[in-house]
Design a protein around this ligand. Structure first.
Ligand SMILES: [Zn+2]
Length: 463
């Protein structure tokens, strides 16, 4: 059955089976996950369905590396060799390998290495940058998923890609393998507009990929420097765009003299992940990011507590990668907020894959006036469930004086305000590695009158 045609039951059955295989491989091969399953007192073998995996506490990059040290993220890489290979290799691969082993062929070692050895790294991260590893067979997955991405955005082998993305990033790798998997030509000039203009003049793109925040400005610069853009059909915003970024990109595309049917679509790799999800061409970007159900299990948690979300499918995105080795993400807190996970068939392209609607990239990690990144999940974790606080709010806004972003924590103490704020501040510092811009004591009723765009029930964003 095609990856995008599975009914709900068939998808759940497939994902349950893939979850069993993935959990076994990850718990056996990753130092971090071995310890993690021991710590939560849950044998990996008892996790046999996607729903059961959903009850395993989710973790993010700060759980693996509290100090934000990239080297510590190596704990996520599976180390297998022959024993792991025999445990988790797909049946046909294993049988083929064992035949080679029986005949003492050197190919056996090659097949084992292909499945277990991390050979290729891509940079990613939310609060800090770190490399994630891929095995040779992960790269095959990247190419297959890339060919799917190409068809989701309505591109063919006749399309030509110019991608203005950071060299060595997971987005670069995903687009590189997408073009490779689709058999389409691609150029990767980096993100400097001068270099992009040179590449786009040499090989006029039909697909231009650029970071969501930079795309409109880049397209304006290309137009102004006389780059021919008549053949451009797709402006791909890499990193789920905000409404403002999407509007700016549409405006720039309309002014660029592009092809008559040219549209703006978004694509996104969650921090820590490797596969690029895209919006379908038929929807014009209106039906969410299409995931790959045989490689992505997408779930949500309450961003304030990290507990499974109680109402619907809105919350912080939690990703489990299926069938991928290298760096293993299991119940991974991405720091992205999603409005909903829609599992109904896409009304535009008819694909039956879970779609992420209303994704706000990196919404839970914000830069502060000191330009350091503050992880709101850590702040909320330090405040949630405190007996000395009746309620609290975290307000992300801009300072009137100079427009710099600041994070103000409002607390309503149950008893002595001094003790409560000192305790809360100490816990925030311990969990987030820094203090918020301000910690303000307020009355319980005042908290309820605070307004802003709701990130969560207690976290507000003011523009
Ligand atoms: Zn669709």
């Amino acid at each position: 059955m095609a990856w995008d045609r599975l009914g709900d039951k068939a998808r759940q059955r497939l994902q349950d089976q893939l979850v069993r295989e993935q959990v076994r491989a990850v718990a056996g091969g990753s130092a971090y996950w071995k310890k993690r399953f021991a710590d939560i007192g849950r044998p990996a073998a008892s996790v046999t369905t996607a729903a059961q995996l959903g009850a395993v506490p989710a973790v993010g990059e700060r759980d693996v590396s509290p100090a934000g040290d990239a080297a510590a993220m190596a704990a996520l890489v599976l180390h297998g060799g022959e024993r792991q290979f025999a445990l988790h290799a797909p049946g046909p691969t294993l049988r083929r390998a064992l035949r080679k082993k029986a005949t003492r062929s050197r190919d056996y070692a090659r097949i084992v290495a292909r499945e277990t050895r991390a050979t290729s790294y891509g940079w990613t991260g939310l609060g800090f940058r770190y490399p994630v590893a891929s095995t040779r067979s992960d790269l095959d997955v990247l190419a297959r998923a890339g060919a799917r991405l190409w068809s989701v955005i309505g591109a063919t082998a006749d399309d030509a890609l110019v991608a203005a993305v950071d060299h060595g990033s997971v987005e670069h790798a995903a687009l590189h393998y997408a073009a490779l998997g689709a058999g389409a030509p691609a150029l990767f000039p980096g993100t400097d507009p001068v270099d992009v203009a040179e590449a786009a003049t040499l090989a006029p793109p039909t697909v231009l990929a650029a970071g969501a925040a930079a795309a409109a400005e880049l397209l304006d610069a290309l137009r102004e420097s006389g780059v021919p853009l008549r053949q451009l059909r797709t402006l791909l915003l890499v990193g789920a765009p905000s409404d403002g970024e999407r509007a700016a990109a549409r405006r720039a595309l309309a002014e660029a003299g592009a092809a008559g049917d040219a549209i703006v679509l978004a694509a996104h790799v969650p921090p820590g992940g490797r596969l690029l999800w895209a919006e379908c061409r038929q929807s014009g970007g209106g039906s969410g990011l299409h995931t790959y159900p045989d490689h992505d299990l997408v779930q949500v948690v309450d961003p304030e507590t990290g507990e499974p979300a109680t109402s619907g499918t809105a919350g912080e995105l939690v990703l489990s990668q299926l069938g991928m080795r290298g760096s293993a993400l299991l119940r991974w807190r991405a720091g992205d907020l999603v409005g909903a996970i829609d599992t109904a068939p896409c009304t535009a392209c008819q694909r039956r894959v879970p779609r992420l609607v209303g994704l706000r990239r990196g919404a839970l990690v914000v830069p502060t006036e000191s330009e350091r990144l503050l992880d709101l999940r850590a702040v909320a974790g330090a405040l949630a469930g405190r007996a000395d606080l009746a309620d609290w709010r975290v307000v992300v806004g801009r300072r009137a004086r100079d427009g710099r972003q600041q994070v103000v924590v409002h607390v309503a103490p149950t008893g002595d305000p001094g003790e409560a704020t000192v305790g809360a501040a100490a816990d925030i510092r311990a969990a987030a590695g820094m203090l918020p811009s301000q910690l303000v004591v307020a009355e319980y009723d005042e908290l309820r009158r605070l307004t802003g765009d709701r990130l969560t029930s207690r976290m507000l964003l003011r523009r």
